[in-house]
Design a protein around this ligand. Structure first.
Ligand code: H79
Length: 427
């Protein structure tokens, strides 16, 4: 049998992917003409705004308060290691300089190369750079499906899309990731996606691709959910409210606790999480992003090893929160502070040392068989969002799946997840 881990092609792909695997957190930015309408990034489509009418938004798009350095600063506040920026969303307006259209921020509107500014700011801040580029385009080809019956139109559209990808990868120096979106009018053959990726990688050999041009790419992109994809790097992307583009009526903001839970889900399951920011039409950033992202970044910075873990964590059923795992250490993320005593049961490993990760102060404990009791803890949570306790074990941390109520001598059903109806469950 061939050992695939030794295949040079695979190790080359893994080497390319290493920085993204280690990054854990990214920040998405959705900004374009739609931000002026303030009804999300799909307004043109959902409201059937005619192209000629929508286009006029380019003339009032001044970017007066758009500051790429402020955006990069926000990413650092979040603890993000990279930024994904919308160079063009489905509305077709390009925030980069393109020789293939006049519908760009350089020629119409602010008369600035916004993508150039963002790339420079990310580079200065030490952030990885991912360029979001939608293939579908409601401006250039409002109904792309008609191209399927018109080979010449299809060719013209593909030349436009491939040509713009070439521009993005030649005009701004090193780009780390190409983040496709808007694949649905065509399949991989319809986009000539193999050729697209080959051209892109020839231009920038280290470049990573997502999976949204109908090819597998280097990583999966679950949208608005953090479902691990076994055996692959996955990067889950989320809005902070329910819209990617600016939408002031949408006040369904996630709390810092909810965002932290997403980061923890990623850290437990070998994935990344990307949080979106939707600046206002003038480019300014609503304060709530600073407030929420700042809380997350504070916790990440204080507990780095507990979030940048390479190992998958097992069963998540701990009274006081959850854990992440690195080698023989379990990082107990206490998100529900129990007071002076904390109990964890079901351990199939022995604790050798317990301490607060931030500051390193040791914690007294006893362990009887599977049951660990931490004592002498402060009455109130040192950090109410997440206090991390490092538990150093004698082997890789493992818990029994039923949470340690008992170690059964006979097989029985697992309690998580409970089926909606109990049909098929062992009795
Ligand atoms: O940029 C953000 C969204 O605007 C974009 N991806 C994130 C990062 C996105 N665009 N579309 N989608 C996500 C999924 C939309 C799918 C559907 Fe449809 C829209 C299903 C039904 C309407 C398009 C048209 C696909 C099928 C029919």
């Amino acid at each position: 049998m061939t050992d695939v881990t030794l295949s040079p092609a695979l190790s080359e792909a893994e080497a390319r992917l290493a920085w993204l695997r280690a990054a854990r957190v990214g920040m998405f930015v959705h900004w374009g003409l739609y931000a002026q309408l303030g009804r999300g990034e799909w307004a043109m489509n959902r409201e059937r705004i005619p192209v000629a009418e929508y286009e006029r938004l380019a003339d009032t798009f001044t970017a007066e308060r758009f500051d790429a350095d402020a955006l990069a600063g926000l990413a650092l506040e979040l603890g993000a290691r990279y930024m994904i920026f919308t160079t063009k969303h489905h509305d077709g307006y390009c925030l980069f300089d393109s020789a293939l259209t006049d519908y760009t921020a350089v020629k119409r509107g602010p008369k600035r190369d916004i993508v150039g500014e963002v790339v420079a700011a990310c580079r200065k801040a030490g952030l990885g750079i991912a360029l979001y580029y939608t293939l579908n385009d409601w401006h250039h080809r409002p109904d792309a499906t008609d191209a399927l019956e018109d080979p010449a139109a299809h060719e013209e559209f593909l030349a436009y899309v491939h040509g713009q990808i070439r521009e993005l990868l030649t005009q701004y120096g090193r780009i780390d990731t190409l983040w496709y979106d808007g694949w649905w009018p065509f399949d991989a053959a319809g986009w000539r996606a193999e050729e697209m990726n080959a051209m892109a990688r020839a231009l920038q050999p280290h470049l990573l691709f997502n999976n949204r041009n109908c090819l597998a790419g280097d990583f999966a992109t679950p949208e608005q959910h953090a479902t691990p994809v076994p055996g692959r790097l996955w990067e889950a992307n989320f809005t902070l409210n329910d819209n990617w583009g600016y939408c002031p009526s949408d006040t369904n903001w996630k709390s810092p606790r909810q965002v932290l839970d997403l980061v923890l889900a990623a850290a437990r399951g070998g994935g990344n999480v990307v949080m979106n920011v939707g600046p206002r039409g003038d480019g300014s950033i609503p304060e709530i992003y600073h407030d929420t992202f700042g809380e997350i970044g504070r916790v990440l910075r204080a507990n780095e090893p507990a979030f940048f873990t390479p190992d998958l964590a097992d069963m998540d059923w701990i009274n006081h929160g959850t854990w992440t795992v690195c080698g023989h250490t379990a990082y107990l993320h206490v998100t529900r502070w129990p007071g002076e005593t904390a109990v964890i049961t079901g351990l199939e490993c022995r604790v050798q040392r317990a301490s607060f990760l931030a500051g390193g102060v040791p914690i007294a404990f006893t362990q009887v068989e599977d049951k660990l009791t931490l004592t002498g803890l402060p009455a109130a949570a040192p950090d109410p969002l997440d206090t991390v306790i490092a538990l150093e074990m004698d082997r890789p941390p493992k818990r029994y799946l039923t949470g340690g109520m008992r170690i059964p001598r006979v097989p029985h059903c697992q309690y998580d997840p409970v089926e909606s109806n109990m049909v098929g469950m062992p009795t």
